[in-house]
Design a protein around this ligand. Structure first.
Ligand code: ATR
Length: 278
């Protein structure tokens, strides 16, 4: 690719119209004066290999990947980072100049950065973590919590079998807890995370009782529509430090933006406002 070409990036998924990533990257492109574009692209599963083969020829330097392609891109990529293989999914692709596709997963990084910024006193090793949910998002959260040295993760999922499967994969630091019992194992938690879709606009409320939460816990929800979920409200009533889920989206976008456009973007209040206001 010649250097004079306008760099393009974007989002591959289906659907993509609800995503805030185009607003986020569009904001950063403008802020840093970069003559590039970030384009949402609704792509069907069967078209994925051909699309990934064609995009670099059109001037794309990389893409984000979302549902339902996050797992499928691993088989198409030429290089997969350790964290993406561990999570079993990629959210960021880099189209290298030698033609190779590099797949990474920055969701766990975004999760940890959001906690570090939102709760500067957070001590991940101060106690066990409690994670609600055992879907795709949970895998990234679990991998990143283990990576920062958490020694025990209590994992509760409505479908217990999915939690058991994650224990098989991630090992004995994962303790599977029954969904209905989960409210009883949160008392001494340093970190409490909702990775389920409960509490999201249009979904049922999160109903596991959180009365036993200690004020020492840092509590975060991956749901960010609405920004203040019932889960975070309950944690706030218990005196906990709470961190909303929007920051995870913002932080997971930064490494991709840097690789594609050559500038490490800052995640700050202005970035948050830009994404919320649009
Ligand atoms: P994601 O990739 O975003 O994590 P997912 O793989 O569909 O999405 O996982 C959604 C999570 O929300 C799962 O943990 C799911 O629980 P199940 O494994 O039992 O399906 C959880 N979830 C969704 N609706 C739920 C509900 N009504 N009650 C409890 N958990 C629910």
């Amino acid at each position: 690719m010649t250097k004079t070409r306008i760099p393009l990036a974007g989002l591959l998924g289906s659907p993509v119209s609800h995503s805030k990533s185009p607003i986020l990257h569009g904001y950063w492109l403008k802020r840093y004066g970069i003559a590039g574009h970030y384009i949402p692209m609704d792509v069907a599963h069967d078209d994925l290999p051909q699309v990934l083969n064609t995009l670099p020829k059109l001037g794309f330097v990389g893409v984000n990947v979302t549902i339902p392609h996050k797992e499928a891109v691993l088989a198409i990529a030429d290089l997969v980072t350790d964290r993406a293989s561990l999570i079993g999914a990629a959210n960021t692709l880099i189209f290298r100049e030698d033609g190779k596709i590099h797949a990474d997963n920055t969701d766990g990084y975004g999760f940890i950065e959001n906690l570090r910024h939102g709760a500067p006193d957070w001590q991940p090793k101060a106690g066990p973590a409690v994670v609600f949910g055992a879907g795709g998002a949970s895998r990234a959260v679990i991998a990143s919590l283990l990576d920062v040295g958490v020694t025990e993760i209590r994992l509760a999922n409505r479908t217990r079998q999915r939690a058991e499967a994650l224990r098989q994969e991630f090992g004995p630091k994962i303790i599977v807890v029954d969904w209905v019992q989960a409210g009883n194992v949160i008392e001494d938690a340093a970190t409490v995370v909702n990775t389920t879709s409960l509490g999201m606009v249009g979904k049922p409320e999160f109903r596991v009782p959180l009365d036993a939460l200690s004020p020492a816990s840092v509590v975060t929800d991956l749901v960010y529509t609405p920004l203040r979920t019932g889960f975070l409200d309950a944690a706030e009533r218990a005196g906990c430090t709470t961190v909303d889920g929007l920051g995870m989206l913002l932080h997971q976008g930064a490494p991709g933006f840097e690789r594609w456009f050559g500038v490490r973007p800052e995640v700050d209040e202005d970035t948050r406002r830009a994404v919320l206001g649009a």
